[in-house]
Design a binder for this molecule. Structure first.
Ligand SMILES: [Zn+2]
Length: 285
C-alpha cells in the first residue's frame, strides 16, 4: 500500500504529550521508545504504532473495532469503493490551504490519513482506539505516526498544535477537538449522510430513515466549534458477494442472526454512499 513516493513531513517537536493522568509533559520520540521528563515511557509496538491508551480510558479488553471489522474495512478500501470519500477530504483540505500538522481522530485502517500525508505532504498522525486498526495502518503506511488513544476522552496532543483535525465517521468530542486545534485552524468532521447505504439498511433492517447525523454533529459542537461550510459527497456502486458482506461487517457490527440471514440472501445491490463534510472553526474562548 505504501508507495514510498513521498516521505511524510516530520512531526513538530512537543506535539505529542504524555498521556499519563495529570502529566501532559512533551513526549520525546526515539526509534522504539517515547518518554517524558517525569520518567513515563512507552515502547513502540513491533508493527510501528504507539499505544498511548491509558487504563482509565480503556472501554474493554480490546477497545475499538475488532480485527475482522478492520480487515473488512481494508478490503472495502482496496476495492476502491471509498475512493470518492478520500478525494472529497483531500479537496476540502486543499481548499482550506492547510499547511501545518494534520490529526485524524478515528483514523481506522488509515487510508485517508495516508493520502493526506502523501498528497499534501502534511505532518500527519492517525489516532484510533483500536490497536488492530493502528497495527494495520502502521504496517501499511510506516511513514506516518499512528497512535492508539481514546478520542472520546483525552487526546495525547498539546494545546492548539494541529492546523487541522478531522474525524471521519469517528469520535466527535468537540471540546477536545477544539483544545488540540490551532486558533486559526479548521476541524473537518465527516458524518454519514441521510441516504448513506439506504439500500443496504432497507434490505437488512426493513427501513432506512434519514440518519440526521449532520445536524446532530453540529449540535454536539455548539460551544466549541462553529460551522463554516457544509459539503456533500455522494455516489452509487453496485456491490455483490464478498464486497457486500465486507461492507455490512463494517456497518452492522453486532448484526442479529435474522439480519445476517437477510444479508447472505442478497446477491447484488446498488448501494448509495452519502457523506456530509462539515468544516468548522474554533469559537473564541
Ligand atoms: Zn509523563
Amino acid at each position: 500500500m505504501s508507495d514510498g513516493a513521498r516521505t511524510a513531513a516530520p512531526l513538530p517537536p512537543g506535539w505529542l504529550v504524555c498521556p499519563v493522568r495529570a502529566c501532559g509533559e512533551s513526549l520525546v520520540l526515539e526509534h522504539a521508545r517515547a518518554s517524558c521528563p517525569r520518567g513515563h515511557a512507552f515502547d513502540r509496538a513491533r508493527s510501528g504504532y504507539w499505544n498511548l491508551l491509558q487504563p482509565q480510558d480503556r472501554a474493554a479488553k480490546h477497545p475499538g473495532d475488532a480485527r475482522e471489522v478492520v480487515h473488512a474495512r481494508r478490503r472495502t478500501v482496496e476495492r476502491g469503493i471509498l475512493a470518492p470519500l478520500r478525494d472529497a477530504v483531500l479537496e476540502r483540505l486543499r481548499a482550506l490551504a492547510v499547511t501545518g500538522p494534520f490529526l485524524d481522530v478515528g483514523a481506522g485502517e488509515g487510508f485517508v490519513a495516508a493520502a493526506v500525508a502523501r498528497d499534501l505532504g502534511l505532518p500527519t498522525v492517525g489516532v484510533d482506539l483500536s490497536a488492530f486498526a493502528s497495527e494495520l495502518s502502521a504496517k501499511s503506511y510506516p511513514e506516518l505516526t499512528w497512535v492508539v488513544a481514546n478520542g472520546d476522552r483525552k487526546l495525547p496532543f498539546c494545546d492548539h498544535g494541529a492546523a487541522c483535525v478531522s474525524s471521519i465517521t469517528g469520535p466527535k468530542h468537540a471540546p477536545e477537538l477544539r483544545r488540540v486545534l490551532a486558533e486559526n485552524g479548521h476541524a473537518l468532521l465527516v458524518v454519514n449522510g441521510d441516504e448513506d447505504q439506504r439500500e443496504l439498511r432497507s434490505a437488512v433492517l426493513g427501513s432506512a430513515p434519514p440518519t440526521g447525523r449532520a445536524a446532530r454533529a453540529i449540535e454536539l459542537c455548539a460551544g466549541s466549534l462553529e460551522l463554516v461550510s457544509q459539503h456533500s459527497a455522494k455516489w452509487r456502486v453496485r456491490l455483490e458477494g464478498e464486497a457486500l458482506v465486507d461492507l455490512a461487517a463494517t456497518t452492522y457490527r453486532g448484526a442479529r442472526h435474522s439480519q445476517r440471514e437477510r444479508l447472505e440472501a442478497l446477491e447484488s445491490l446498488d448501494v448509495t454512499f452519502d457523506y456530509v463534510l462539515l468544516v468548522l472553526r474554533p469559537l473564541a474562548p
